[in-house]
Design a protein around this ligand. Sequence first.
Ligand code: NAP
Length: 496
Amino acid sequence: MAGTGIFTDILDGDVYKYYSDGEWKTSSSGKSVAIINPATRKTQYKVQACTQEEVNKVMEMAKSAQKSWAKTPLWKRAELLHKAAAILKDNKAPIAESLVKEIAKPAKDSVTEVVRSGDLISYCAEEGVRILGEGKFLLSDSFPGNERTKYCLTSKIPLGVVLAIPPFNYPVNLAVSKIAPALIAGNSLVLKPPTQGAVSCLHMVHCFHLAGFPKGLISCITGKGSEIGDFLTMHPAVNCISFTGGDTGISISKKAGMIPLQMELGGKDACIVLEDADLDLVASNIIKGGFSYSGQRCTAVKVVLVMESVANELVEKVKAKVAKLTVGPPEENCDITAVVSESSANFIEGLVMDAKDKGATFCQEYKRQGNLIWPLLLDNVKPDMRIAWEEPFGPVLPVLRINSVEEGINHCNASNFGLQGCVFTKDINKAMLISDAMETGTVQINSAPARGPDHFPFQGLKDSGIGSQGVTNSISLMTKVKTTVINLPTPSYSMG
Ligand code: NAP
């Protein structure tokens, strides 16, 4: 059970502690932040509301711990990461339980998230050992006007303190996707978990604590992003910010100083369906892509752009599958569970009502109970409807009927987002042309958009992000190239 067994140290009464200087602590603020269970709408957990002084202390410790961590051999850093991954996987049950309670993720998917996170940490350790163990050797005489008098050696060095801010929907996985590359590269790490998802993150951090990382190298500051977020992101000790979330990322980017940013933000992933597509395959991918975790995924299919000639058939197939989705508690592994908060449910309802007022066809009756919204397919959506452009982050999927491929590509490219997209056709040549024309970070051919496998590059264009994720890219982003040049008195090939 969460907060028990090896996790008892992280709890003080009914409030979870924060992690600083290798210890679990209670904030001097005397205040806590409530985490509301999305399904019951009652307070499930409480976490510390950390103060600015506590942030300052954590940053100071992170700076000094990083200095000796950078001198720790790469293989030793990797060894500790492997240890943390094993502890995390061994303790998947209580962590998954907190995911179920604080973000209403179905129980099975919650376990998968923890196991996937352990695998990601191990992969990162292995990849880090390989790519950080290599450098470049350059000779000066390849550039005009130079003799071979300079040997240039390059290697990758850490940036310093990395600030990691993940979102609620994959709090553990998206936290470790920042923590592991930062640590293997020799950085220290300050984590600000999402409020919904904070308790799962605190359990995960305890696994790193038990693995025996040096004091102060990893810290976890809890509190509302709206209250301590600016202080953290504008802190002078921070050398890199890795953020995943919504529009908040855009304002952080504008305020952050001259430091590398890794921003993975929202998306409006389009699914373009051509006349020759395998419609059964499309329908199952629309269900998986649009309704998994109730549509609360950055890479969820968020708009279907289907050729008019096959639209009726596709909509019927999807409707039949929607009817089979189970709706209810995450503990029972229902397909559709409560969305994360009441404000999120209200936002989704706003999009649905706008589409209703403007004449969209409802394939199911709209139904909501508290934060639980029944899956809904909206057909005949038109570009003047908000849902054609905005990210519902809920189990509501719009279908726009198109008369040409160009119309689909234009709709996709007119979005301010550019995360992923997908195209369904049996013609690989057409698929490649469409992929090249779509202004998104990734295009999936004949499958729904997806962030994994976690070592694939993952990036968004336009308002969907800055930089690229995926194990190798994250390690590179969290390092800087350092060169040492050996200057010779005479060209090196002048003897003999
Ligand atoms: P969010 O509201 O932007 O929050 C993300 C994180 O930012 C949370 O930890 C939040 O903390 C924190 N935060 C809030 N205000 C802040 C501030 N002023 N300064 C610093 N941090 C602050 O996003 P969300 O609702 O958790 O997640 C949903 C969004 O994430 C969607 O738009 C989705 O598309 C996007 N997403 C993108 C990807 C991707 O890889 N592209 C992956 C997953 C999700 P609190 O919880 O305490 O407010």
